[in-house]
Design a protein around this ligand. Structure first.
Ligand code: SF4
Ligand code: SF4
Length: 270
């Protein structure tokens, strides 16, 4: 299920782009990038889910897909026509659909016509948001401009470049220049236990609100090793606790970088 996001390369990401997830293997994904919008539409021609659902309960504005800012938008979009759902999402985000590469391409192909726009224009969404656009830094914007992107993609698909990107230093350099939005850490998180610092806990109830299996928090964490707990270690409580009263014991792995990037934002938005 896609999350509604502004997206640096695609403009916006919702139903249409989501079907890239049907591609198997990184090689196929890389090939898609050679002509992103056209290939995404081709996938949508071949793969036709009965129902499209976009999760816009929390969306992302700004530099998506991963360096943007979460936004509480409280909506879910459901439909059988991905073009209409994406147009509706663009309206919801006050995002010019012509800047969404897939929608612009679909209009060029004649898949989207005036009847689509009439439907979306006349549909009362009840309320809309004004998403910040995905504005990247100077280097990423220069390289990813439509004129130059094909040269970058040619380099990106070479074995040497792929090797350099897979090294720690190469990954960090790409992250710093904005060409890559994440620092990828392959190490899994391993949670031994979660515990509660009762002196810090204010009983605000946030952890209970977000625990997906409805544990009686924070009390359920007072047993230091969580021996009797049914906790599935999703770590939602850890992330949303505004007082940092929940303590993690174990190895954070890839979560370390995620928390560095998002901890403050999650706490502010939750
Ligand atoms: S979210 Fe944190 S402060 Fe709030 S009740 Fe849970 S442990 Fe306590
Ligand atoms: S880690 Fe997840 S399942 Fe476990 S107590 Fe926290 S929110 Fe609930």
């Amino acid at each position: 299920m896609p999350k509604l996001k502004t997206h640096f390369e695609a403009g916006m990401s919702a139903c249409l782009k989501n079907l890239m997830g049907c591609l198997v293997g990184q090689e196929n994904k890389k090939k898609t990038h050679k002509s992103l919008a056209a290939n995404i539409l081709n996938i949508n021609k071949a793969v036709k889910p009965h129902l499209h659902i976009v999760d816009a309960i929390f969306s992302m504005e700004g530099l998506g897909p991963t360096r943007g800012t979460p936004l509480k938008t409280g909506a879910v979009f459901v439909g059988t026509n991905p073009y209409l759902v994406d147009l509706m999402c663009a309206k919801f985000a006050s995002f010019d659909y012509r800047k969404v590469r897939t929608l612009a391409e679909a209009e060029l192909r004649g898949t989207i016509d005036g009847s689509y726009h009439d439907f979306v224009r006349n549909y009362n969404l009840g309320g809309i948001f004004h998403f910040k656009p995905p504005k990247a830094g100077i280097i990423a914007s220069f390289i990813h401009s439509p004129k130059r992107q094909k040269y970058f993609l040619a380099i990106r698909n070479t074995p040497l470049f792929n090797y350099l990107c897979s090294t720690k230093a190469g990954g960090k350099l790409l992250y710093m220049t904005g060409l890559r939005q994440d620092v990828f850490i392959e190490e899994d998180a391993e949670c031994v236990s979660l515990s509660i610092d009762l002196e810090k806990c204010t009983n605000c109830g946030k952890c209970v609100e977000y625990c997906p299996i409805g544990l009686d928090l924070p009390g359920a964490l007072s047993d230091a090793e969580n021996k009797d707990s049914k906790c599935i270690q999703c770590l939602y409580c850890l992330c949303v606790c505004p007082e940092s009263a929940i303590k993690f014991c174990g190895k954070l792995g890839f979560m370390e970088e995620q928390l560095k990037q998002y901890d403050e934002i999650i706490k502010r938005t939750a």
